[in-house]
Design a protein around this ligand. Sequence first.
Ligand code: ADP
Length: 623
Amino acid sequence: MSKHIFQTEVNQLLDLMIHSLYSNKEIFLRELISNASDALEKLQYLTHTDDSYKYLSYTPRINVILDKEERKIIVTDNGIGMNEAELTDNLGTIARSGTKGFLNNMVGDKKKDSALIGQFGVGFYSAFMVAKEIHVSSMKALEQNTHLWKSDGKGEYEISTSDAPQEEFGTRISVFLKDDAEEFLEHYRIKEIIRRYSDHIPFPIFLHYKQKEYDKDHKETGETQKEEQVNKASALWRLSKSAIKDEEYKEFYKSLSHDSDDPLLWVHTKIEGGLEYTTLFYFPKKAPFDLYRADYRSGVKLYVKRVFITDDDKELLPTYLRFVRGIIDSEDLPLNVSREVLQQNKILANIKSASTKKILSEIENIANDEESYKSFYKEYGRVLKEGLYGDFENRERLMELMRFPSSTNEELVSFKTYKARMQEGQKAIYYILMQSGQSIHESPLLERFKKKNIEVLYFNEEIDTIVMPSVHEYQGVKLYAIDSKEADEEFADEKVSADEEKRFEGLISTFKESLSEKVEDVRLSKKMVDSPVCIVYSDSSNIALKNLMRQMGQTAQIPESKPILEINPDHSIFTKLLLADDDTRIREYALLLFEEALLLENGSLADAGDFVKRINKVLERSV
Ligand code: ADP
């Protein structure tokens, strides 16, 4: 016998569950049955694909046994089973860093945490909501030993070789119920729970319980052992739509996704003639918690003729649709299709492409009502943007689904709306690419656009800086950044004159001396109306590259491109500075103006102290 302690995150999860999910304890059974069903599917897959499992004979089934004397409920399956190492790995740790990160981000606010945990599969550990103690006995298929895992959920578990070896491979989970969980010994209660959550698990679930017998005077005469199949065991997606109630769709979604909330919507499609397949896709109401984690879990399961193939293929749909949950069941793929070659499979590529179009048209339907699209976009707008980068086939459709804040509107706008209200003669769609947290409304770069009433889109999410520079056009109209050369053409009538260049020559060279290493250049520009100065970069699309590197944690290698200080020759500060003759002061003003521009651009200053000292000096002089 060996003793082990749970990984920290397991303890966190256990604690959270007991405090946050207590109002919905019954879901523990759904979780255990869903694990049993996964184990059966895994073994079934191996019997189709792996020669060593070919002659294994078994009839897949799940048993739920109620034992009133010992106050325990037992869930058994004859699936793949676990050996000693797997028991430790699977029931003592949380492997995926995504889940770990999620747990570490919990704020300790019970209300918020319980809303979060709904989106995240609680799994096996949820049984500790109702259990004083849990015993897991398991024998791996094709192996000989039975191992026993035991824990009371209080920080430790132990593993031993079982002195009651199993006759058949598979797993047997005994849940010793807490005093306040007695309801789960009642067969009618358990039937209700199984039918609600697990009716369409593709394997039969048998309930075993004892029923008391009475004579005609209501005197107890004994007990009979009952065994009955409780669920329909029909794959829901294979039934015809008209035979499925909304409630059934919803519960199936919950058992598939572990989400405790109803789905936003579902699309059930059966394709015949040519390729034959069925798809059932769901949109969760809230974005899955691991949507932006590298080790996110795929939400779509692949079946071939109702036989489970994989739930771990991230290419069944394009990655920007990774929030979709559901099932693809093909008639045409060979049953023994190996997971490794799925990627190159033409049939699957075909299904993927058609499914993508189907899902996009469902999103377009939501977008027909801007009000409901708002909440959808809040959850999924960011991930859809990734599609602009990767899915060229559907780029036009995705473009229509984008929404951005803009300089003239409180509401998010689409490219379509933007285009419809462009000014007469306006040459392009303009956008400002921003660092996150930047205060756009004050950007001096916007001033000339405001003056001419030209709307500017705010590309203000991190993903925008990566994806949007690859988008050059919307329906024949070019897209330009407001600080690009191309944008200057919109303002061709406002060029810096030769006369201005000449008058400012001296001042600019003093500015350059003062700022020297800090800037790439100092020059005149007509970009501003009200502001004296602004900052631009010679290659603004670099922002994207830098953000990408920052995201990947390569801060050291980020090339530092120096800012260019642009000066508004029409601003009264400069008309006055032209007349000044104290070079020391001009240098000081140069620094101040530069820092001011940096502040507007970044929202913060590296040397705030110096800046304040300089301001104070100027104040002292002017008071
Ligand atoms: P999840 O099912 O979300 O992965 P769980 O905590 O419920 O998380 O289970 C952890 C792992 O334990 C599963 O991924 C599976 O490998 C294993 N496991 C759980 N129950 C069984 C079972 N009945 N048979 C075989 N393996 C199981």
